[in-house]
Write a protein that binds this ligand. Structure first.
Ligand code: CIR
Length: 269
C-alpha cells in the first residue's frame, strides 16, 4: 500500500487468489492471467516475502465472485490510522469492499472510517505517499469528486495533496511509480517528467527509469532498507542496489497479466 510511511509498515492484509482469477480485468500490462496454479504460487511467494521481512500478514479468503479481489490496495485507503473507503472506479469491483471494510474496522478500533459517496470514485492504486506528501492520480478510475473527498481527509490530517494526470495508456499512479523509501520516487521515462511531482521536500528525488522498465517502477519498500521488486527489471534493481537497498525479487508474471503490481496486492494498515 502506498499510503503509509516506512515506519508504519508492520501489518498488511492480502486476499487469496480466487478460482475465477482468469476473468480478472486486463487492459494495460496484460491480456489476462492464464495459469491459476502459478498465480497462487506467486501470490504465496509474495506473502512469504512480506512475512520473512517483518510484516505481519493477514490473508482474507478469496471472493470467487470477484476475479480482481486480490488487488486490495484499490479498495481502502489507510492514512495514519484513518480509513477512507472509496467508491472503486470500476463497477465490477465494488462488491469486493465489504469484507475489507469489516476487517479494517475491527483491526483499527477507535479510528475514523469514512465512506466516499458517488459520483465520487477513486482506486487506492492512484495514491502515492512520499513521507508526509501525497500524490493522487486523476485517471479513468479516480475522478475530481473522489480527489476532493481525499483532500478533505488529508487537510484534516495536515498533509499536502498534489494531483498527477495519468496518461491514457496506463491504469493507476502506482502502475508506474512507487516510493521505495520516504525520500525516493521511482518513475519511468515516457509517462511523466520529474516536474510532474512538483518541487519535492529537501533530500527527496525522482529517479527516472527507462520506459521499458515501467512495470518495475512499482516496488514495496520495507524498514531496514529492504525493497520488494518484480523480476526482470535490471535497471530498477541496479539503481536501488547502488543506493544501498537490499532487493528481494519476485516473479509477478501472473499478477502483471491482470494489470496488477506489487503494491496492488497488499493493504498496510
Ligand atoms: C483492475 O483492472 O482493476 C485490476 N485488474 C488491476 C488492479 C491493479 N491495482 C492497482 O494498480 N492498484
Amino acid at each position: 500500500m502506498a499510503t503509509v510511511r516506512l515506519d508504519q509498515k508492520s501489518r498488511a492484509m492480502v486476499r487469496a487468489v480466487p478460482d475465477s482469477y482468469t476473468e480478472a480485468l486486463a487492459k494495460y500490462f496484460g491480456t489476462g492471467p492464464t495459469d491459476i496454479t502459478k498465480a497462487k504460487a506467486q501470490h504465496a511467494a509474495y506473502v512469504e516475502a512480506l512475512t520473512n521481512n517483518g510484516v505481519e500478514v493477514t490473508i482474507l479468503p478469496a471472493d470467487h465472485n470477484h476475479p480482481d479481489c486480490i488487488f486490495v490496495e484499490d479498495q481502502a485507503v489507510v492514512i495514519d490510522g484513518h480509513v477512507l473507503l472509496p467508491v472503486p472506479g470500476h463497477e465490477s469491483r465494488r462488491g469486493e469492499q465489504p469484507p475489507i471494510a469489516e476487517f479494517l474496522s475491527n483491526s483499527l478500533k477507535g479510528h475514523q472510517v469514512c465512506s466516499m459517496a458517488s459520483p465520487a470514485m477513486m482506486d487506492g492504486g492512484d495514491l502515492l505517499r512520499l513521507g508526509d506528501l501525497f500524490f493522487v492520480g486523476r485517471s479513468t478510475r479516480t475522478n475530481d469528486e473522489g480527489i476532493a473527498e481525499l483532500k478533505d481527509l488529508l487537510d484534516h490530517l495536515g498533509h499536502e495533496l498534489r494531483i498527477v494526470d495519468i496518461p491514457s495508456h496506463t491504469l493507476h499512479l502506482t502502475s508506474f511509480s512507487s516510493t521505495p523509501c520516504d525520500k525516493i520516487i521511482l518513475a519511468p521515462e515516457g509517462y511523466l517528467s520529474p516536474q510532474s511531482f512538483g518541487q519535492l521536500p529537501e533530500g527527496c528525488e525522482v529517479l527516472m527509469m527507462p520506459e521499458q522498465e515501467v512495470y518495475g517502477c512499482n516496488t514495496i519498500g520495507l524498514p531496514g532498507k529492504k525493497v520488494l521488486i518484480a523480476d526482470g527489471y535490471p535497471n530498477v534493481r541496479a539503481t536501488l542496489e547502488e543506493r544501498g537497498f537490499e532487493t528481494i525479487v519476485l516473479d509477478m508474471s501472473e499478477i502483471r497479466a491482470a494489470d496488477g503490481s506489487l503494491t496492488c496486492c497488499s493493504l498496510f494498515y
